[in-house]
Write a protein that binds this ligand. Structure first.
Ligand code: PEP
Ligand code: MN
Length: 358
């Protein structure tokens, strides 16, 4: 079934130049009135027009800093009055929505833990009925495109017409390079299905580290994203949440000035985008191979403990013929699949031999 076409208003703001990338920046959390104002002024000096700050923070475990709550909302009002910036905050339930609307917040965003929960999304949508406020919807923590789209539809059905989405990566058990795996193919597929919905990238929550902000911003720009939402704090090392991924307003400005923004209509852009997809898929292949080797090593331990031989011909033959059949079904050459599997199997055996001989 074709996707419903959403009749949206442009995601633009009076006084904010309508060019790529649209930048939203500010601290992970509003901590104190001074920290909020100092950060906002630093960002305003760098030409940033939209300020973000979390008032209510969804934390993995209780006992962490869960946000200052409603007392922080007047601080954001001061940001508006003293810098002329628009202000944005995260809402996760009906109470947050009502409080944010009451205090004149300009833009709301919905976090990844919330967009993963249809009950929470519906509660927020119901609270938004009749309101006229732009809403940005982060991808759910799990890589489920339909769930993301469902969250967008709930907000749309509530009558909201200024909608954007934010790609912030996806949770995984293996946290290595990224805090949240980018899995770029998911936002790319979102873009393919809803080309008119502005797509933002949140490099702070994808990377989890300052050093990754610049390359992730560039990658998002090369993939045709419309905007960036980046965490920036006047004193990042002392931030009460997400300290390792925040940068000062000056550093942020430096990062943004270094970005190369290529015209999306340029013919090489398509090629670039396809190559990015290939890179991303190769990364996933490597990740999968590494996981497979880990399991193979565990099997090695089992075989050692039970005095079994490493090489088990029947199992290998069965695996080979099954996979070759699958490959052919997936329009790949059977011999090609044999070569790939033989190489993988050889490396698994090598790794198991090391374990057996330890
Ligand atoms: C945030 O933006 O500070 C935040 C909590 O993000 P996410 O929902 O992407 O984890
Ligand atoms: Mn954060």
């Amino acid at each position: 079934m074709a996707d419903k076409v959403l009749d949206l208003e442009p995601f633009t703001f009076a006084g904010v130049e309508n060019k790529r990338p649209l930048i939203i920046a500010g601290p992970c959390s509003a901590e104190t009135e001074e920290q909020v104002l100092e950060t906002a002024k630093g960002l305003a000096t760098q030409g940033i027009k939209i300020f973000r700050a979390g008032i209510w923070k969804p934390r993995t475990k209780p006992g962490g800093f869960e946000g200052v709550g409603s007392i922080g909302l007047p601080w954001l009002k001061r940001v508006k009055e003293e810098t002329g910036m628009y202000v944005a905050t995260e809402v996760a339930n009906q109470y947050h929505v009502l409080e944010a609307l009451k205090h004149g917040i300009d833009i709301l965003w919905i976090g990844a833990r919330t967009s993963a929960n249809p009950f929470a999304m519906q509660e927020i949508a119901d609270a938004l009925k009749g309101a006229d406020i732009p809403v940005m919807i982060k991808n759910p923590v799990n890589p489920d495109l339909e769930l993301w789209i469902g969250a967008v539809e709930r907000i749309y059905n509530a009558g909201i017409r200024k909608i954007a989405v934010i790609h912030r990566g996806f949770s995984s058990y293996d946290k290595r390079l990224y805090r949240n795996l980018p899995q770029w193919h998911i936002p790319i597929e979102f873009r393919r299905r809803y080309p008119y919905i502005p797509l933002f990238c949140d490099p702070s929550h994808i990377g989890g580290k300052r050093d990754l902000i610049a390359p992730l911003c560039q990658q998002a720009m090369d993939l045709g994203f419309d905007g960036l939402i980046v965490e920036s704090h006047c004193n990042p090392d002392c931030a009460w949440s997400d300290a390792s991924q925040q940068v000062t307003p000056d550093t942020l400005s430096y990062i943004l000035n270094m970005l190369v923004i290529r015209e999306t209509s340029q013919s090489t852009e398509n090629l670039n985008e396809l190559r990015r997809q290939i890179d991303e898929l190769d990364n996933q292949l490597l990740e999968l191979l590494a996981r497979r080797m880990r399991v193979a090593r565990e099997i090695g331990v089992y075989k050692k403990e039970h005095g079994m031989p490493v090489w088990q011909a029947a199992r290998y033959d069965e695996l080979l013929s099954k996979r070759v059949e699958q490959a052919v079904e997936l329009e790949m050459d059977g011999d090609f699949m044999k070569t790939v599997l033989a190489a993988i199997h050889e490396e698994s055996v090598r790794q198991q031999m090391i374990i057996i001989n330890q």
